[in-house]
Design a protein around this ligand. Structure first.
Ligand code: SAH
Ligand code: SF4
Ligand code: F3S
Length: 449
């Protein structure tokens, strides 16, 4: 490699961009905090940065193409010099050294379990070394990362990582490794630090967050519901959420937390992927259609207003019109408030990639459109049901128009409010308008006596 004089200068300004899931967003925040404590400062665009860190996702094919085009776009700054480039996240884990072979401008490749070593990797890269670290070390990155920094009102907190479920289409068990739960005390400490740093709402994260297990300070075994109950007692915290859950880890205790834990928001993201028994088996989802529907029934029995959200894959290998019709039917049966849906994307190394009867792209597009049409209708209807309701909103950011703020309802709907109250306020509002993607509201006024 030819020495790039610009790269030998000490990197001062960093830019982190995260793709993929919320856990990756969390990792991106923590990488930023780590670089911050190493004396660097965050900048808003790659053009101003001395080090560009792309925190990638490997879940679908397009994400890899996106990465290489981003590298191409960011490798030269407007003044003709080049930043140091680092690739982190799940593509880094899966592709390793292949990335710096394919894109020569990449100096550092670092996996999701090794990014606490970034300061050292940067020092080595500055000496001209091409560094690849995709270890899954025994020491936990969480023990090394700096304390949480100033937060917006809504913060993420990763409590569980990895996945042992091995759905046949999915790369996560390979890129994130086996299921690991962070210890009780570490989670509680981080929650307190987040609240001290300004968080009003905490979303507990995990690839299978409801598989979290631990031992509390009294030595008692606890599941995610125990952790949620302990967080409920923390002063300064107003809202608790968790995502993503697997149907087979939906315990009775967690279901009941939705009834009696006041701060736990009435929202459950519980992906089912398909409504066809045959396809669920081929996906190795370890639950059938009825098991899933019964869980939804039980949750609704204790918390009738709960919003249910899901993920769907259309065009899994072998999916027939009949299988797809079963997926539309389960969507009608559940009635979702929000959903994410994708065309099946074959991932190298996963069992589904070598299955027979791949579905054509044209058929996948057609099915996706039908499915999204139905889901959008349900989401719009869910929003319209909020019309006239008085509820609370946590203000999270500025709106497009002056004086507007945007926040979230308890059911995770975006709500636009005209108000001068600061971001971070938890306010009572009256819902006045309901569109497909957001609600409009005004500050609740006390009724005149
Ligand atoms: N742990 C979560 C999901 C993690 S991945 C769960 O089990 O629900 C997020 C979503 O991406 C999945 O729910 C699935 O809908 C989608 N997905 C995963 N692999 C995919 C693939 N190969 N092709 C298309 N979509 C996929
Ligand atoms: Fe992937 Fe399945 Fe694990 Fe979710 S449960 S991360 S879809 S293997
Ligand atoms: Fe993507 Fe990795 Fe998350 S593959 S969805 S960033 S766990």
């Amino acid at each position: 490699m030819t020495a790039n004089p610009d790269k030998s200068a000490s990197p001062q300004r960093y830019f982190v961009k995260s793709y993929g899931c919320q856990m990756n967003a969390y990792d991106g925040e923590r990488m930023g905090e780590l670089l911050g404590t190493s004396g660097m400062v965050a900048v808003e665009t790659a053009d101003e940065a001395d080090i560009v860190l792309l925190n990638t996702c490997h879940i679908r094919e397009r994400s890899v193409d996106k990465l290489y085009s981003e590298i191409g776009r960011m490798r030269v700054r407007p003044d003709g010099t080049s930043p140091m480039m680092a690739v982190a996240g799940c593509v880094a884990q899966a592709e390793g050294a292949e990335i710096s072979r394919r894109a020569r401008e990449v100096d550092i490749v670092v996996g999701p379990q090794a990014y606490h070593r970034l300061p050292d990797l940067i020092a080595r890269a500055r000496k001209g070394e091409r560094v690849v670290d995709t270890d899954m070390p025994v020491e936990s990155k969480f023990d090394v990362l700096p304390k949480r920094k100033r937060q917006g009102p809504s913060a993420f907190l990763t409590v569980q990582e990895g996945c042992d479920k091995f759905c046949t289409y999915c790369v996560v068990p390979y890129t994130r490794g086996a299921e690991v739960s962070r210890p009780w005390a570490a989670v509680m400490d981080e929650a307190r630090a987040l609240i001290d740093a300004g968080a009003v709402e905490i979303t507990l994260l995990g690839q299978n967050v409801n598989a979290w297990t631990g031992v509390d300070e009294k030595g008692q075994a606890q599941g995610l519901d125990g952790l949620i109950r302990a967080l409920d007692r923390l002063n300064g915290l107003a809202r608790i959420r968790y995502t993503t859950s697997h149907p087979m880890d939906m315990t009775e205790g967690l279901i009941h937390a939705h009834k009696d834990v006041e701060k736990l928001m009435p929202f459950l993201h519980l992906p089912v992927q398909s409504g066809s028994e045959r396809i669920l088996k081929a996906m190795n989802r370890s639950h059938d259609r009825d098991t899933y529907l019964r869980i939804i029934e039980r949750v609704r029995a204790v918390r009738p207003d709960i919003a249910i959200s899901g993920d769907f894959i259309v065009g899994f290998p072998g999916e027939t019109d009949r299988d797809f019709e079963d997926t539309l039917q389960i969507i009608r049966d559940v009635d979702y408030s929000l959903a994410f849906s994708f065309k099946y994307s074959p991932r190298p190394g996963t069992p589904a990639a070598t299955m027979e009867d791949h579905v054509s792209d044209a058929v996948m597009s057609e099915r996706l459109q039908l499915l999204q049409g139905l889901l959008n209708e349900q989401q719009h209807r869910f929003n319209q049901a909020a019309l006239g309701r008085r509820t609370n909103v946590l203000l999270e950011r500025l709106g497009k128009k002056p004086g507007q703020k945007i926040g979230k309802s308890p059911w995770l709907q975006s709500v636009i409010v005209d108000t001068d109250l600061p971001i971070g306020s938890l306010i009572e509002v009256d819902i006045q308008t309901a569109g497909p993607n957001s609600l409009g509201a005004t500050l609740a006024m006390e009724e005149a006596a």
